[in-house]
Design a protein around this ligand. Structure first.
Ligand SMILES: Cc1ncc(C[n+]2csc(CCO)c2C)c(N)n1
Length: 225
């Protein structure tokens, strides 16, 4: 009998595979000008304030996306995890925006998002279409790209000094704790789904992952106008 210790390691998970295969889009996002400016502590205030408006609208979008993911979930574990994500969005993240708009004396955002620039609308519309039309693994693959990229660049940026307290707080919301656990869970879901997925579903998951990264780029260009 072959001892358990000699069992070959499991093949690399699908989450790492799709990240590696889409390294160009991944690197463009985690190395975006916006990310470089945060890391170098030189993000102009006007850019940060425009970004905050687009982000506030994006968090509202993410609530709809995760609500549709929850509606498509099939296990209690998935429903609990997705309810936890929704809790984080409607409490922690929305609280952050209310506090920051107050601190920076910014007027409240128009809820309908009619004034959003094309880059912010593109990510919103892409995410909403994925949530409406995609299966659960596709939706989660798209959201994994968005969350994993943020976890990666925010973790790196948080080791540098960030003098604007509201920007520091925003970066820290995406480092460790509940947010990091969410990324671990999303990766585990994608890795598990891939083990039994048809070739068509594998392609659809990878497309959602890549497309989301591609839509993140103009979103982060937009506040520079
Ligand atoms: C443009 C943009 N892309 C990704 C994130 C990262 N992120 C933080 S919360 C959340 C949704 C569910 O938790 C996502 C995707 C962001 N904030 N803004």
């Amino acid at each position: 009998m072959i001892p358990a210790e000699t069992t070959p390691p499991a093949a690399e998970g699908f989450s790492l595979t799709i990240r590696a295969r889409n390294k160009d889009a991944w690197d463009a996002m985690v190395g975006h000008r916006f990310v470089q400016d945060v890391r170098a502590d030189r993000l102009p205030d006007a850019v940060f304030q425009r970004y905050l408006r687009y982000e506030h609208a994006f968090v509202e979008t993410a609530v709809t996306v995760f609500a549709q993911a929850l509606a498509k979930a099939s296990t209690t574990d998935q429903r609990r995890r997705l309810a936890t994500v929704l809790h984080g969005l409607v409490f922690d993240q929305i609280d952050y925006f209310e506090a920051v708009f107050r601190d920076l004396r910014m007027a409240p955002t128009d809820e309908a998002g009619a004034s959003l620039p094309d880059g912010a609308k593109g990510l919103r519309d892409g995410a909403l279409a994925l949530a409406a039309n995609g299966s659960l693994p596709e939706i989660l693959a798209g959201m994994l790209a968005a969350e994993w990229a943020y976890e990666t660049w925010c973790t790196e940026a948080s080791s540098h000094p960030i003098s604007h307290p509201s920007l520091k707080a925003w970066v820290d919301l995406h480092v460790g704790g509940a947010f990091a656990e969410q990324v671990v869970w999303l990766r585990a879901e994608i890795d598990a789904a891939a083990l039994t997925a048809s070739p068509a579903l594998l392609t659809a998951m990878e497309t959602a992952f890549r497309r989301t990264l591609e839509l993140e780029l103009p979103f982060h260009d937009a506040p520079y106008r």
